[in-house]
Design a protein around this ligand. Structure first.
Ligand code: GLC
Length: 593
């Protein structure tokens, strides 16, 4: 397959494969590579579009819906794992890294999708899962058969158990999905034997990254897909690959499942050794023309620790989860933006702003909870609180204008452009997330953000496919709420129309060097102290642009909230209707002078 055009996405809505090789020619983004400012759309393939009617999304479904993404105006897509997999963790249990799961399609279809996307100027990122394989991966099958002490076992983390008969796990580590992180195997002779480490599900044995065989295999997998035109990879659990070889006890602490964060000295999260791996990967990416890119999923304890992943000789970008975790109040938002920009600036990397993904409750729901304005664990701490989706959608619109106006790139999660909420009332029988299964239902898990997309207002799965989807959609989406691509595309006041307008305008402003790539020096705060500082986030960017967000509970006079010099500015876009000279609560505006 041919190497794609080295293209920043064209500002037009369709059709062109030949786009400029880099960003704008003037302003802070001048000449910047595409990934420094791109808006990337995450496709959770199981739930995006089902072309063959088996209830699961597929490659053909993505291909058929590329016009939607083109119309929306995204620069790139990131596709969650589509490899052959027993699907014990939504495909993050990979049995073959070089093929496509038969339920999703074929490699030929995948290559055709990459070509189709490129023809529209849309880049394609895949998801690589290097921390663990499936237990059905040939390597693990071989490791079980080969027995203790074999080179096959050395690709994973096998240990003898504790206690006189080895019947206790080697240490006290727990799985991020709940329960112990070790499982005992039966040896080829039928005797109870060694234990293997699985930081996630028992069907996801952790690889041994101290083994050069593992390192070489993943570099080869990267090349395999880069050779097929893939523009880059999102790296799953990028902070988890290296373990303290002494495997010390942790003294377990009753974390919430999916709290995959550990600070300095943690024996398996964010260990310094991971950086060597990414230096080697960067060399692989840089050996291509155009160079391929990476984005890390690294849950770490500070912006500085995240910045270590995006040093010039390591990964290009990493999701900014501090932004996800920030409370909806002006001081918290200013603080997280400031610290993320400063940390990234120190290594010359752009920030990747994100509000939702397939692992966390959708932000319409998070922002609609009473606790959204408080800075205590907004991600997981308040799952039980009732959310107000009307409030959540209002804040989600404002949050979009905020993140699109910040220097750097943005990741969108499928369905947020429709204003979908977390589906909190799924019946247990439908739930597939190992978090739900391994905690005995104590934690609902992540299925509620993975419900198939509604494309139309009727049909067995609202246009997702010709049959019911693998998870049921709420009745309201097709009914009174009118949440579907079909309905929203025809309604200028819909979330979809708003996202489309905002992305289009961001493109125009990026082409003029106003928005998009940039560092902290391309953003100037105003009203950061003074009477409105607790309610209002306001900043300017060079080129006569300002973004003003009222996160407070009361309207503010726009003239009081705008940066100096913007009193007579033109409103480019507002997240909700302005009320005379007032900026209503939970509303954002873009202004231009
Ligand atoms: C990442 C993925 C998540 C998966 C886990 C284990 O956090 O985003 O969906 O369950 O890694 O691979």
């Amino acid at each position: 397959m041919s190497v794609p055009a080295s293209a920043a996405r064209p500002g037009s809505t369709s059709g062109s494969a030949s786009a400029p090789t880099s960003g704008p020619t003037s302003g802070p983004s001048a000449g910047a590579p595409w990934w420094r400012s791109a808006v990337t759309y995450q496709i959770y393939i199981r739930s995006f579009a089902d072309a063959d009617g088996d209830g699961l999304g597929d490659v053909a479904g993505i291909r058929s819906r590329l016009p939607h993404l083109d119309e929306l105006g995204v620069d790139a897509i990131w596709i969650n794992p589509w490899y052959p997999s027993p699907q014990a963790d939504g495909g993050y249990d990979v049995a073959d890294y070089r093929d496509i799961d038969a339920t999703f399609g074929t490699r030929e279809e995948a290559e055709a999708l990459i070509a189709d996307a490129h023809a529209r100027g849309i880049r394609v990122l895949l998801d690589i899962v290097p921390n663990h394989t499936s237990d059905e991966h040939p390597w693990f099958v071989e490791a079980l058969a080969a027995g203790p002490g074999s080179p096959e076992r050395e690709r994973y983390i096998f240990r003898s158990g504790a206690g006189p008969d080895g019947a206790r796990p080697p240490n006290d580590w727990t799985s991020a999905f709940g329960g112990p992180a070790w499982r005992r195997v039966t040896e080829p002779d039928g005797a109870p034997g060694e234990w293997y480490l699985h930081l996630f599900d028992a069907k996801q044995p952790d690889l041994n990254w101290d083994n050069p065989v593992v390192q070489a295999e993943f570099e080869s997998i990267l090349r395999f897909w880069f050779d097929r035109g893939v523009d880059g990879f999102r790296i799953d659990v990028a902070h988890g690959l290296i373990k303290d070889p002494a495997l010390p006890d942790l003294g377990q602490d009753g974390r919430h499942p999916m709290e995959t964060v550990g600070g300095q000295g943690h024996p398996h999260w964010d260990r310094p050794g991971v950086h060597e791996i990414y230096r080697a990967w960067r060399k692989v990416a840089d050996s291509y023309d155009p160079p391929r890119v990476f984005v890390a999923e690294a849950w770490v304890t500070s912006a500085e620790r995240l910045a270590a992943y995006v040093r010039p000789d390591e990964l290009h970008t990493a999701f900014d989860f501090d932004f996800v975790r920030a409370a909806w109040n002006a001081p918290a938002l200013r603080a997280t933006v400031t610290s993320s920009l400063a940390a990234h600036d120190s290594v010359g990397a752009p920030v990747m702003w994100v509000l939702s993904n397939h692992d966390i409750a959708r932000h319409v729901t998070r922002l609609g909870r009473p606790s959204a304005t408080r800075s205590d664990d907004p991600l997981h701490g308040h799952d039980a609180e009732d959310a107000d989706p009307v409030l959540g959608r209002r804040r989600a619109r404002a949050a979009l204008l905020l993140e699109l106006a910040l220097p750097g790139g943005v990741y969108l999660y499928q369905g947020e452009e429709l204003g979908l909420e977390e589906v909190e009332d799924l019946a247990d029988e439908f739930r597939q997330d190992p978090v739900f299964l391994r905690t005995g239902g104590d934690h609902r898990g992540r299925d509620g953000c993975r419900v198939p997309l509604p494309w139309t207002s009727s049909g067995p799965s609202l246009g997702f496919g010709t049959a019911p989807g693998w998870l049921p959609q709420p009745a309201g989406w097709g009914g009174p709420l009118g949440l579907s691509v079909q309905v929203e595309a025809g309604d200028p006041s819909s979330m979809l129309a708003f996202y489309t307008r905002a992305l289009r305008l961001r493109h125009e402003l990026s082409d003029r060097g106003v928005l998009g790539a940039g560092d902290a020096s391309s953003l100037t705060w105003s009203v950061a102290d003074g009477p409105l500082a607790d309610a209002v986030v306001a900043f300017t960017r060079p080129g006569g642009f300002a973004c003003v967000v009222n996160t407070g509970g009361e309207p503010v006079r726009l003239a009081d909230a705008v940066p100096a010099g913007f009193e007579a500015a033109r409103v480019l876009l507002a997240s909700d209707e302005l009320a005379g000279d007032q900026l209503p609560s939970d509303t954002a505006v873009w202004l231009s002078v």
